[in-house]
Design a binder for this molecule. Structure first.
Ligand code: NDP
Ligand code: GDR
Length: 352
């Protein structure tokens, strides 16, 4: 039985990775969680009784904590998903982003080089490292041109991973993962904000239908978004954890892009979600004036400048050809399937 340390296991990817490994290997998971006053173990509550799943205290910004765990466990694999992953917050707390997303990688790799150099290491890289893109789609050869402190922290980590791989002959990789979403996505990320917002709107419209003769018409919940013209390459997080495991079990340490190869605007996501909810709408206006209304003219989606970023990554499209060819990786869920899955999940959570 091999030992796999996963960090960030309470988050979206870490929890899906733990599920995937418990289902597809016989290995033992050592799950690093940071101690919070109020536990947020919703994504892993179904795993705590599994005797191949052990929780340990780990704050990745603490070098002492990190190195003593690695020295004690001497893992066969170390999968680092822990991060401050919210790009929008990275201008307000840039130091935290650098410490959690880059310095932590340095702590992990110095410790692995010292105590268990045979350990295979993965750090969660991001399409945000490409940032201000100069060609479409982006593949493994696209330069790093980050636009946010978050993107810069991930690009720094990428250099650290390469330096340690080259210097100490470590099996250390950092994939470039384009946006991946799902039912465990944090509520502030735009896709989940939309699926949750439209599910609430659907419920409100059901009540509205019952009260259809009332005057004035009841107000509807309004979903407030930032830049609706930004474009992202969205996939299902459950498809991506398999790609990460394939990278870790490759014949050589090599970084790959995981993506869908398609790009959609935030506006497209809103429209598809409204279609899934069978809500008829009108979309009008541009920039800050853009809005979605019901057919009887009530606002349901509008722009709030508060959600604009100081610098935006306007478009991202990944090219996953190399991963498909060399790793045999292929995603299963397409854009419409992803929107449907997220919307249905949020609707059923409201029913509960
Ligand atoms: P989440 O935000 O859902 O999860 C982040 C995890 O990191 C949480 O478990 C969080 O724990 C943990 N964490 C944060 N700070 C610390 C700390 N100091 N010590 C220990 N744990 C900490 O992110 P995702 O699952 O979406 O992403 C996983 C990784 O992949 C991240 O590195 C992200 O930057 C990267 N990535 C994600 C993409 C995506 O589209 N989802 C795309 C490309 C890269 P807690 O519960 O305590 O907050
Ligand atoms: P991103 O995800 O920044 O791509 O980072 P996010 O969902 O936060 O933003 C995507 C795009 O939507 C625009 N946007 C809004 N974003 C948020 N959060 N809220 C809004 O109201 C809103 N309105 C418009 C943003 O401006 C942006 O263009 C995610 C994270 O998972 C990172 O950790 C990861 O590295 C990258 O994906 C790849």
């Amino acid at each position: 039985m091999k030992k796999i340390i996963i960090t960030g296991v309470t988050g979206q990817d870490g929890s899906h990775m733990a599920d995937y490994l418990l289902q597809n290997t016989n290995d033992a998971i050592i799950a690093g969680v940071r101690r919070l006053s109020v536990k947020n173990h919703e994504n892993i509550k179904h795993l705590v009784t599994n005797d191949r799943f052990k929780l340990v205290d780990l704050d990745v910004t603490d070098n002492e904590n990190t190195s003593s765990l690695i020295e004690k466990e001497k893992p066969d694999f170390f999968i680092n998903f822990a991060a401050n992953s919210f790009v929008g917050s990275s201008w307000d707390m840039p130091v935290n982003h650098m410490e959690t997303n880059a310095m932590a990688v340095l702590y992990q790799l110095t410790s692995i080089a010292k105590h268990c150099p045979q350990c295979r290491y993965y750090n969660a890289g991001s399409s945000e490292e490409f940032g201000d893109v100069i060609s479409n789609p982006q593949d493994e050869n696209h330069p790093l041109r980050p636009r946010s402190p978050y993107g810069a922290s991930k690009a720094s980590a990428r250099h650290i991973v390469k330096v340690y791989r080259d210097s100490f002959n470590l099996f250390a990789v950092q994939g470039w993962l384009f946006n991946h979403e799902g039912t465990r996505r944090g509520i502030d990320f735009v896709t989940r904000k939309i699926s949750n917002g439209i599910a609430k709107l659907k419920k409100a419209l059901e009540i509205d239908e019952v009260l259809k003769f009332s005057h004035p018409k009841p107000k509807l919940p309004v979903l407030e978004l930032g830049n609706m013209s930004a474009k992202r390459d969205w996939s299902d997080a459950e498809d991506f954890v398999e790609g990460v495991w394939l990278m870790l079990n490759n014949t050589k340490p090599k970084n790959y892009v995981l993506a869908s190869g398609e790009t959609h605007s935030i506006r497209d996501f809103v429209k598809e979600c409204l279609n899934q909810a069978n809500i008829k709408y009108l979309n009008s206006g541009e920039g800050e004036e853009e809005k979605f209304t019901t057919e009887d003219g009530r606002i349901i989606v509008k722009v709030n400048k508060e959600f604009y970023r100081p610098a935006e990554v306007s478009t991202l499209t990944g090219n996953p050809t190399l991963a498909e060819k060399e790793l045999g990786w292929k995603r299963k869920t397409d854009f419409n399937g992803l929107v449907k899955k997220m919307y249905k999940n949020d609707l059923s959570l409201l029913d509960k």
